[in-house]
Design a protein around this ligand. Structure first.
Ligand SMILES: Nc1nc2c(ncn2[C@@H]2O[C@H](COP(=O)(O)OP(=O)(O)OP(=O)(O)O)[C@@H](O)[C@H]2O)c(=O)[nH]1
Length: 205
């Protein structure tokens, strides 16, 4: 048995027209290939995606991860993808205050465009760059708490929490889809028993 989910991966960073990528592509490469390829990724243009299959409680979960351009000029393109995504990964760079400030704006925006039961994860990337850190871990945790979303600090370079981040999202997606009592979006009842207690895990709390 296999279930599929669409993940939408987003970051945004524009400083005086100079691009400072927060590491989306690097994080996906680390997740996909288990290695860090430094430097020189060409800026993501438009939208690309990676497919990964994870196993959650013996259930195969296919994640279709859409890597989207952070740049403002692609906004109208990327808005269309909010609606289809079951999970949103919002990435900021712990060495960049502006990338962190942007996440608050997205969290508000998501309310408007995303499905109500979307799983949201906030990720603070480049956690290996301790001497350049501009955002304390507690600030990330606080923002995540405020919006009721999951939070982790990651490093595409060292691989810290990279697998954990996607595994956490996959588990949450399975848990949330199992809990839909009336019209399950995924027919999981053959393989898993629905839990009795509904929880506020899905979507904004
Ligand atoms: N030290 C460190 N550097 C990183 C990390 N992740 C990415 N980088 C570096 O940051 C720069 C930008 O990374 P990209 O992966 O291209 O960023 P991006 O978010 O995909 O950029 P766009 O697709 O244009 O939005 C590159 O020089 C990477 O090598 C990390 O976890 N630690």
């Amino acid at each position: 048995s296999c279930v599929s989910f669409i993940l939408y991966f987003k970051s945004q960073e524009l400083i005086f027209h100079k691009r400072h990528g927060v590491g989306k592509t690097s994080l996906l490469v680390q997740f996909d290939q288990g290695k860090f390829i430094p430097g020189s990724f060409s800026a993501t243009v438009g939208i690309g995606f990676t497919n990964k299959v994870l196993t959650v409680d013996e259930l195969k979960v296919r994640l279709q991860i859409w890597d989207t351009a952070g740049q403002e000029r692609f906004r109208s393109v990327t808005h269309a993808y909010y609606r289809d995504a079951q999970a949103l990964l919002l990435l900021y760079d712990i060495t960049s205050r502006s990338s962190f400030d942007n996440t608050r704006a997205w969290l508000t925006e998501i309310h408007e465009y995303a499905q109500d039961d979307v799983v949201i994860m906030l990720l603070g990337n480049k956690s290996d760059m301790t001497s350049a850190r501009a955002i304390r871990r507690e600030e990330g945790e606080k923002l995540a708490r405020e919006y009721g979303v999951i939070f982790l600090e990651t490093s595409a370079k060292t691989g810290l929490n990279v697998d954990e981040a996607f595994m956490t999202v996959a588990k949450e997606l399975v848990r949330c889809s199992v809990q839909l009592p009336v019209e399950p979006r995924f027919h999981l009842h053959d393989v898993m028993q629905p839990e009795n207690e509904p929880s506020a895990c899905c979507g904004f709390s």
